[in-house]
Design a protein around this ligand. Structure first.
Ligand SMILES: [Ca+2]
Length: 224
């Protein structure tokens, strides 16, 4: 069973990385029930899409810690709603700590699979994501492909920048290679690259994508 905590870093104003599916947290937390935070509800354009809700970048980490996690897709994963309520939003560091002290039945290491969400959008509001992410990974000993971490991103520019900063495995999500609806006209977004959507052939990668970006070194997760 997948718990509602998913290791996808968002950033609060203090630039701490937290694990939530999107920076809009109306669907993944109980923020709507917090009347003291009602005034934070707003509408923003994120990667070309108008989104109404509550956004991590408008909260301090302390405020985010007053919220409790909820299953984002209860109709799809109804069993997960059993975990709605008791859990705080974990920081990326807490996710790493959990992975490091966990062992599956085969005794192997437990890895982490963070996805950077909307990195260009966050650059635009002065909250660049690559630096704190790489700092956190390095601080925890995740330095190259030998270590159990895969970072995924829908944005080519984000993957290219990360490739210059770290040797850990980097992948676009597999759904970026499938014919999915275009969400953005941004050429930086893999979703908008028709040739990428049409083929899994890596030769279709746009010019400038590092050869070390491995669609074959990690299996990108399906977007949901
Ligand atoms: Ca950046």
């Amino acid at each position: 069973m997948r718990r509602p905590h998913r290791a996808r870093p968002g950033l609060d104003q203090g630039r701490r990385a937290g694990a939530r599916h999107e920076n809009e947290i109306g669907g993944t937390t109980d923020v709507a029930a917090h009347t003291e935070l009602t005034s934070r509800r707003t509408t923003k354009v994120v990667d070309g899409t108008s989104v109404t809700g509550w956004f991590t970048e408008d909260f301090t980490w302390a405020e985010l810690q007053t919220l409790r996690a909820r299953e984002r897709l209860p109709a799809v994963r109804p069993a997960n709603t059993a975990f709605d309520g008791p859990y705080e939003i974990p920081s990326l560091q807490q996710v790493i700590d959990l992975a490091k002290r966990s062992r599956p039945c085969d005794g192997d290491k437990v890895g982490i699979y963070p996805e950077t969400k909307h990195p260009s959008y966050f650059d635009g509001i002065g909250l660049s994501r690559e630096e704190p992410l790489v700092r956190t990974l390095q601080r925890n000993g995740y330095r190259d492909e030998r270590h159990p971490v895969i970072v995924q991103s829908f944005e080519v520019g984000n993957l290219k920048q990360l490739d210059r900063m770290t040797d850990v495995r980097l992948v676009p999500p597999t759904s970026a290679w499938a014919p999915i609806p275009t969400r953005s006209d941004d050429p930086n977004c893999l979703c908008s690259c028709a040739h990428l959507r049409a083929s899994k052939d890596r030769s279709g990668l746009p010019p400038g994508i590092p050869a070390s970006l491995p669609t074959d070194r990690g299996e990108g997760g399906k977007k949901r």
